[in-house]
Design a protein around this ligand. Structure first.
Ligand code: DGP
Length: 136
């Protein structure tokens, strides 16, 4: 399979590994948004959240928590964004499920905040019905 993260998992491409267990791997992102930015992913190849089985996701989230605590303890941060992209319009560039752990510091300029503007309550209510009826 031509997946860059599967190649990293297989050891065919080097990475700065932070954590590894039977089901997951964590390594430093080579294009860090902030200092300490790293990725946590399952070893099983799944594209994203939509095609992930629960067991794989559970193992990955446990690793996310473990690595987040290591980030907090080692870098002395008290803020972090957890980001996970699904599909091209969400800016997913590597189609292997992964969670970005992005340490945040005062004034780091990394963004990810958006202006809060009131939504259309009728439209929000209709969307809630549609999503809830689909099993949400
Ligand atoms: P996303 O756009 O959410 O799919 O994020 C993919 C991330 O993966 C991006 O921040 C850069 C990182 N990345 C891409 N190729 C490599 C690689 O070969 N090694 C490492 N360590 N990170 C990579």
């Amino acid at each position: 399979m031509d997946c860059i993260f599967c190649k990293i998992i297989a050891g065919e491409i080097p990475s700065f590994k932070v954590h590894e267990d039977d089901a997951t791997l964590a390594f430093m992102d080579i294009n860090p948004l902030t200092e300490g930015h790293l990725l946590v992913l399952p070893k099983r190849h799944v594209t994203g959240l939509f095609d992930t089985d629960e067991e794989t996701l559970t193992a990955t989230m446990a690793a996310v928590r473990k690595v987040a605590l290591a980030l907090k303890g080692s870098l002395g941060i008290d803020s972090m964004n957890l980001l996970q992209a699904n599909g091209p319009w969400a800016a997913q560039s590597v189609p292997h499920l992964h969670f970005h752990l992005i340490p945040r510091r005062e004034g780091d300029g990394a963004g990810m905040d958006w202006p809060l503007k009131p939504g259309d309550m009728d439209a929000i209510g209709k969307l809630r019905e549609k999503i809830s009826a689909a099993g949400g």
